[in-house]
Design a protein. Structure first.
Length: 327
């Protein structure tokens, strides 16, 4: 189902399905609904905000995009650029691996591999934007990106019979969180608690919340490279002051195990970044938050944003399990 035009332009994202997960509902003890962002044209929720920003830039006369990415933001930007008939250069770090590079090239993007982690690639993208006069499409830290992502919550308002008791999301740089908070304000659901999931080694939001200020991690050590921003957007920290945001950190093993379980249960393969919120549901963390009084008891339905991700295949899942000593 296509999304409706906004401001005369038809968005690049689709209205994604909302389905109940019986295995997750059983694990949590209440109904768990999945917002299936893994079915978006570029493979993740990123197309909502990045597509919106690209359309705005094209309308203003952009002639060349540049985007830094761990994979999914670049794929969204490359998809949007192809649809708009404009060239794009995507800068990815070496930690992204060959899969996103091939997929980006298939979409017609020029790909530059630079640095070890996303932060390195982002500095290079900013430099290219400045020296070449290109428009830099930031993967998560831009008001238009948050505005585009907020469409996800408006769709939830149309799909669900009642507002959820909690929303569970993955946090990398904080763009999805910022969009969800914007959407909650738009539909009058700002009292819905958000559980923000990260993996250990890519937990910059958790550290920022704990310190009450932005914190830069010394390195990204998690296998969930798409969560790999050493510093979250300042807006993510502001969101935690506007809404109830509960941080949860899982380890890589839990995230990868959750991905494998989700593949068995729902027949869908997602990235380890998406495994973080799945692990929160599968490992009893929500029930612990209820026992601690941080979530209500009884808890209404839980909405899980299945953020998706294109940088994954079955061979990579096996390799991750081997790397983490799970086989």
């Amino acid at each position: 189902m296509a999304a409706q035009p906004v401001g005369g332009q038809k968005p690049f994202h689709v209205v994604s399905p909302v389905l109940e997960s019986l295995p997750l509902s059983k694990a949590v003890g209440t109904k768990v609904f999945m917002k299936l962002e893994n079915v978006q044209p570029s493979g993740s929720f990123k197309i909502r905000g990045i597509g919106h920003q690209c359309q705005d830039a094209a309308k203003k006369g952009c002639h060349h995009f540049v985007c830094s990415s761990g994979g999914n933001a670049g794929l969204a930007a490359a998809y949007a650029a192809r649809e708009l008939g404009l060239p794009i250069t995507v800068v990815v770090p070496s930690s992204s691996g060959p899969t996103p590079v091939r997929k980006l090239q298939d979409l017609g993007a020029t790909v530059e591999v630079y640095g070890k982690v996303w932060d390195d690639a982002n500095r290079r993208a900013q430099e290219l934007a400045k020296t070449q006069g290109w428009v830099n499409i930031h993967p998560f830290d831009h008001p238009l990106v948050w505005e585009g992502h907020s469409s996800l919550v408006r769709e939830l308002k149309d799909s669900l019979e009642a507002k959820p008791g909690a929303i569970v999301v993955a946090v990398g740089g904080g763009g999805l969180l910022a969009g969800v908070v914007a959407g909650l304000h738009q539909v009058g659901w700002q009292d819905v608690p958000i559980v923000a999931a990260e993996t250990q080694g890519a937990h910059s939001f958790h550290e920022a919340l704990k310190a009450g200020r932005l914190v830069t991690l010394p390195d990204i050590t998690s296998v969930a490279t798409c969560l790999g921003a050493k510093t979250v957007a300042a807006r993510a920290l502001e969101c935690a002051r506007e809404c109830q945001v509960i941080s949860q950190v899982v380890d890589d093993t839990e995230a990868v195990r959750a991905v494998e379980q989700f593949l068995d249960d729902e027949r869908m393969l997602v990235e380890s970044a998406c495994g973080a919120p799945l692990a929160v549901l599968q490992t009893g963390r929500l029930q612990r938050l209820q026992r601690e009084g941080r979530l209500p008891t009884p808890l209404g339905s839980v909405l899980l944003v299945v953020c998706g991700g294109s940088n994954v295949h079955t061979a990579q899942l096996r390799a991750l399990k081997s790397q983490l000593g799970m086989e």
